[in-house]
Ligand binder design. Structure first.
Ligand code: UDX
Length: 434
């Protein structure tokens, strides 16, 4: 919404939420989300045509277009628990929109939703007997965290789905007009509602599948003496495959991949396609296996005992350039270290506050440090879990000197120069390297 406000001064953008603390944070000098470039954009438009508030009903009534961006977590109870999306917030929002509206509007699904959610919104909004009508449009978001601003300013594509009726097409065009202020028309794709909803799940499933594919081969590389970075480079040069999302890692994290694939799995099961469901479910299984097997590998090279040993965990965010820790592989690593009675010390450039919250139940057994040098001091091992580029340029000799010996480095993101580290004296373990 901040980018829309920035690119389209002729639109008034109002963001509302029931969470007063969050809205207050968005109105402050300390935004609740770390995202490179975002603060500057918010500051340049806030109070001009971008506003944050909690007056939900009045804002609904004033609006011509409503983007619904509420949470759709994986269901934890009842039918579909662990896989299906919990749509209670979407439904509440639809009922709220209906109750507060005196005139019809375009309602845009921005949250990632299971296919055919638009149908349930539609039933609530357009069967009320209130005499006003709404158009439901799907406009899934493809930005990645850490690069959100550049992804939004220069998207590969914008996808807008709507009903194939005359009113539906007009609503889609109304949304396309917003993006056309900065996105070339040929990158604005319009489809029917269901294609748009399913495309988001499909895009994330394909991206995650690439990581699980390369990670599955990383295990084979370790056994055979092949090097997974060399494989990724060699296959990525094939233009049909391409080079992106082939970076072997300790596993993918984030709020989207796992949730969306589980959603896809649920959908396949629901439509009686168990083979398809199993196919996609294995993308997630390989991912979890990649994290646990990596920790086991580290354990083996530390004489199978890390009890009471200080272990430095470099990075807790699910990827670099974000403070987001949702589904972060580092979190899983720390839990496994604790199971082995190790003493983890966590360092991260942006995610320590979230790390403390996530580890609240075991907080007495974990330490935190803003300073990687401090975190590594007296540690038996450094486990690099997040690809912060700062880690590649640390003074590793200094770190080596301060650590317990033998000093081990596990590079869970393959961003360090292993040969150089071995010269310093480290024992080095990389992903997909014998
Ligand atoms: C993803 C999609 O990329 C985005 O289009 C969608 O809108 C939301 O979900 P995001 O979860 O923010 O975005 O981050 P992404 O850059 O896709 O990374 C996801 C995870 O995969 C991270 O943990 C990252 O470190 C990992 N990853 C990514 C790898 O392990 N290897 C790679 O080659 C790329």
């Amino acid at each position: 919404m901040a980018i829309i406000a920035k690119k389209c001064p002729q639109y008034q953008v109002k963001i509302v939420d029931i969470n007063e603390a969050r809205i207050a944070a968005w109105n402050s000098n300390n935004l609740p989300v770390y995202e490179p470039g975002l603060t500057e954009i918010v500051e340049s438009v806030r109070g001009k045509n971008l506003f944050f508030g909690t007056d939900i009903d009045a804002s609904i009534n004033e609006a011509d277009i409503i983007f619904v961006s509420v949470n759709t977590p994986t269901k934890t109870f009842g039918f579909g628990a662990g896989k299906a999306s919990d749509l209670q917030y979407i439904e509440k929002t639809a009922r709220n929109i209906l109750a507060a509206s005196d005139k019809g509007k375009i309602v845009v699904e921005k949250s990632t939703l299971p296919v055919r959610t638009a149908e349930s919104m539609e039933r609530i909004l357009n069967n009320s007997g209130k005499g006003i009508s709404f158009q439901i449009v799907s406009n899934p978001e493809f930005l990645a965290e850490g690069t959100a601003v550049t992804d939004l300013e220069n998207p590969d594509r914008v996808l807008i789905g709507g009903h194939q009726s005359e009113e539906g097409r007009a609503a889609v065009e109304e949304i396309a007009k917003i993006y056309a202020n900065w996105v070339p028309r040929e990158r604005i794709i319009t489809t029917n509602l269901w294609s748009s909803e399913l495309s988001k799940l499909a895009a994330n499933a394909f991206l995650a599948q690439r990581i699980s594919s390369i990670n599955s081969l990383s295990a084979l590389c370790e056994k055979t003496g092949a090097n997974v970075d060399e494989i990724a480079n060699a296959i990525g040069k094939d233009s049909r495959i391409g080079s992106k999302f082939l970076k072997a890692s300790i596993g993918f994290g984030g709020s989207c991949f796992k949730k969306d694939i589980l959603n896809l799995v649920y959908l396949c099961e629901h439509y009686g396609l168990p083979e398809v469901a199993t196919y996609w479910e294995n993308v997630i299984k390989i991912n979890e296996w990649q994290t646990t097997r990596s920790v086991k590998r580290v354990l083996r090279s530390m004489f199978n005992t890390i009890a009471n040993k200080k272990i430095a965990v470099f990075g807790f965010a699910f990827k670099a350039d974000t403070n987001d820790t949702r589904e972060s592989p580092a979190h899983m690593v720390v839990r496994e270290l604790l199971d082995e009675h190790a003493k983890p010390v966590i360092t991260d450039y942006k995610a320590l506050a979230d790390a403390k919250r996530d580890l609240n139940d075991v907080i007495d057994n974990v330490q935190f440090s803003e300073d990687p040098y401090e975190a590594a001091k007296d540690a038996h091992a450094v486990l690099l879990c997040t690809e912060w580029k700062q880690y590649a340029t640390l003074d590793w000799q200094r770190i080596y000197n301060s650590m317990s010996k033998p000093a081990l480095i596990f590079d869970g993101r393959n961003i360090l120069d292993g040969e150089q580290l071995k010269k310093i004296g480290f024992e080095f373990i990389g992903i997909g390297k014998a």
